[in-house]
Design a protein. Structure first.
Lengths: 184, 184
DNA sequence: GATAATAGGGAATGGTTGTTCCCGAATCAA
DNA sequence: TTGATTCGGGAACAACCATTCCCTATTATC
């Protein structure tokens, strides 16, 4: 089931919600129409399930990228680098289902908007935690405004997905090098 | 005609491309179906015209916001502030047609993708110009990497539109205050 | 003033969409 | 073996979509 859901994630990322037909989903998930409707109430339910699946996978990727750093500052740097990498190339072109949900559905579907908000807030809380860790271990100055910096970094990460989907190239080291000035 | 196009812009911003039907457009533009198809070849042509209209209006707003600053650094600050304001409240909830086009259509429609890219590059060039002005007038240090900083700022502005559409509140002064560290 | 040309309005149309319904195969119980 | 139940598959359906076509005013031309 997770493997079928992973395929649904890919389609929703690439084509968004409205441009994805049930036919696109059955083709990708290798299920017949009836089977999809046996497993999910309707198209929105498939999307929500794909959304949660995507969020879980990306969350693990982001956390394990951050874990590669030896202090708060380095963990933040690895997290940002990971975001740039995922915003680029074939995966960047495919796109992010959270950004897609925010842009395409948050004005139309309160349920999706709630999930998008929850996801953004989870990410922001995680970033804020990393900043605080850095302040505790001395790698980030204590005068850095935690909440404002975290929110700006959320803007940066979401913006990279937009720019990456538009296929503008992003140089990870250079971009993150500049972004780290926010921790000065 | 521009007033009808402005109304089309609002609908496309709010609902995106695929969720906007011809019926939505005729209702908003106060034109009959046949009249829309007399003025435009098809739905994509309406979208492209709305896109260009939006880009022109926003461009003027951004430039005149920047012009309020007395040096390069201040012009950059006013530009970012303007972006935060437009990403918030009722306009933020409505959304940005460039971000919408990038996320919803850049994988499906090469023509839209080209326009999105052109728009992003125009904005990036403008920001890079402001940075150079600041370096020339002494308000921005010469060691600031112009191109990388400009690209990161594009990510910030596009990201703010995503976050604003999801209805997370953005505090202009605080957020821009942090972002200005990128010019240190 | 008569006629041609244009512009706008809206009904008709063919295709596609999301969803439901029903059928056949396979699994399990007795 | 028989009967009941579940499960996947796909045809059928109603609604909606983008687009076309045609009709009616209005304007312009002579």
């Amino acid at each position: 089931m997770d493997t079928a859901l992973d395929r649904a994630v890919r389609v929703f990322c690439e084509r968004g919600y409205h441009a994805t037909s049930i036919g696109d989903l059955t083709a990708a998930m290798q299920l017949a129409t009836g089977s999809v409707y046996k497993a999910f109430r309707d198209k929105q339910a498939v999307f929500l399930a794909a959304f949660e699946r995507y969020a879980t996978v990306r969350r693990d990727q982001t956390r394990s990228a951050a874990a590669r750093g030896g202090n708060g500052r380095e963990r933040l740097r690895h997290m940002l680098l990971s975001y740039v990498e995922h915003s680029q190339g074939v995966e960047g072109r495919r796109g992010c289902i959270v950004v897609g949900g925010a842009v395409e559905l948050s004005a139309l579907d309160p349920e999706v908007r709630a999930r998008v908000n929850a996801q953004l807030e989870t990410n922001e809380t995680f970033i804020a935690g990393l900043i605080r860790e850095g302040q505790a271990d001395g790698s980030i100055p204590g005068h850095v405004e935690v909440d404002d910096t975290a929110r700006l970094m959320i803007c940066i990460t979401q913006g990279m997905r937009v720019v990456g989907k538009a296929r503008l190239p992003l140089d990870g080291e250079r971009l993150v090098g500049v972004a780290m000035k926010l921790l000065a």
